[in-house]
Design a binder for this molecule. Structure first.
Ligand code: CP
Length: 316
C-alpha cells in the first residue's frame, strides 16, 4: 500500500472513524510496529511533518530513521542520462534501493521545484521512490499534493462542525514567496470527496488545475465567497496556469484574512496548515482568536500520520 492521494485511504467516513479510534488510545497498536523501521526522507524543510510523523511511528512501536538529503547526505542527482560532472555525488537510482535496504516503510517530502511544470505534476521524485524502492511509500508532501495535511484538516473539520453539511471556503491569501499548489490541490481533492459545500476563492490568474478544482464553486469575489462560511481555510499558492506557472501575480493584502473578513462568515473557524506569515495570510487577532483551529489542526497531523502508518503496517 502506498499513500499518495485521497484515493489511497478508501471511504473517508471510515478513515475518520479509524483516526478518532487512534486518537482515543494512540498506544493501542504498538504491536504493529515492533521490529519495523520507518525511513523519513526530507528534500525540503519541515517542522510539523517531521515531528508528527516520527511521533506517530513511535506510538506504533516503530524505529525511525530521518535523513535530510540536503544536510549531511551526498548531494543527489535526480535526472537520468546526465553526465555527473557537477556537485552531485550520488544518483537517486542507487540511493533509493540502498536506503530501502535499511527500512520497511519510506516517507518522502519533495516539493515542486517550479523548473518544469511537467516534472512537478508527474511527481518525478516521489514516483522514483515508488518504482525503485520495493517498499510502501507515503507522501509527506510532494510536488502536487499534501495528503497527510488534508487528512488532518478533514479530521479537524469533522471534530468541530456543528451541521452535517458545513460551508468550507478555501481562500488564496498573499505571500512574499512563490509557494507550490500542493496544499490547496490536496485540500480541494479531499473536500471534493465529502458532501460539504466547498468554495474556492482567489484572484484571477490563480486558477488551480481542473482535476483538483473538480466540482467546487470558484468565486473570484472573496467577500462574496466568505458569506455564511463555517470554515475558512487560508493558503497562498503561486500561479498554476501557463505561461505563469510558479509565478507570483499578486501580493494584494486586501485578500489577507482579517477580523473584517471573518465578520462576513457564520462565525467561522479559521484554518491554515502552518507555517503561516502573519500580516500577509492572516492578522494576529484572527489567528489568536478562540475560533482559530491552527493548533488542533497541527496536532491532528500526528493522528493522520498514525492512521496511515497503521494501515500500511497492517498490509505489510
Ligand atoms: N504543514 C506542514 O506540512 O508543516 P511543515 O512544513 O512544518 O512540515
Amino acid at each position: 500500500m502506498n499513500f499518495i492521494n485521497v484515493n489511497d485511504i478508501g471511504p473517508l467516513d471510515r478513515a475518520v472513524a479509524e483516526a478518532l479510534e487512534v486518537k482515543r488510545d494512540r498506544y493501542a497498536f504498538q504491536h504493529l510496529g515492533r521490529n519495523k523501521t520507518l525511513l523519513m526522507i526530507f528534500f525540503n524543510n519541515s517542522l510539523r511533518t517531521r515531528l508528527s510523523t516520527q511521533k506517530a511511528a513511535m506510538n506504533l512501536g516503530m524505529n525511525v530513521i530521518v535523513l535530510d538529503v540536503n544536510q549531511g547526505a551526498w548531494k543527489l542527482e535526480t535526472e537520468r542520462g546526465v553526465i555527473m560532472d557537477g556537485d552531485k555525488s550520488e544518483h537517486l537510482l542507487e540511493a533509493i534501493p540502498v536506503m530501502a535496504s535499511y527500512c520497511d516503510i519510506i516517507g518522502v517530502r519533495s516539493f515542486a521545484r517550479f523548473e518544469s511544470k511537467a516534472d512537478d505534476y508527474n511527481e518525478i521524485i516521489l514516483n522514483q521512490f515508488i518504482q525503485h524502492s520495493g517498499r510502501p511509500v507515503f507522501s509527506m508532501e510532494a510536488a502536487t499534493r499534501h495528503p497527510l495535511q488534508s487528512f488532518a484538516d478533514l479530521i479537524t473539520i469533522e471534530e468541530h462542525k456543528t451541521k452535517a453539511r458545513p460551508k468550507v471556503v478555501m481562500t488564496w491569501a498573499p505571500h512574499p514567496k512563490a509557494l507550490p499548489q500542493a496544499v490547496p490541490n490536496s485540500f480541494a481533492e479531499w473536500m471534493n470527496k465529502t458532501d460539504y459545500e466547498f468554495v474556492i476563492t482567489h484572484p484571477e490568474g490563480y486558477e488551480l488545475a481542473p482535476e483538483f478544482v473538480g466540482n467546487a464553486r470558484v468565486e473570484y469575489n472573496q467577500d462574496k465567497a466568505l458569506e455564511g462560511a463555517d470554515f475558512v481555510y487560508a493558503k497562498n499558492w503561486a500561479a498554476y496556469a501557463d505561461p505563469n506557472y510558479g509565478q507570483i501575480l499578486s501580493k494584494d493584502r486586501s485578500w489577507t484574512v482579517s477580523a473584517q473578513k471573518m465578520a462576513l462568515t457564520n462565525n467561522a473557524f479559521f484554518m491554515h496548515c502552518l507555517p503561516v506569515r502573519r500580516g500577509m495570510i492572516v492578522t494576529d487577532d484572527v489567528i489568536e482568536s478562540p475560533r482559530s483551529l491552527v493548533i488542533p489542526e497541527a496536532a491532528n497531523r500526528e493522528i493522520s500520520a498514525q492512521t496511515v502508518l497503521k494501515r500500511i503496517l497492517e498490509n505489510l
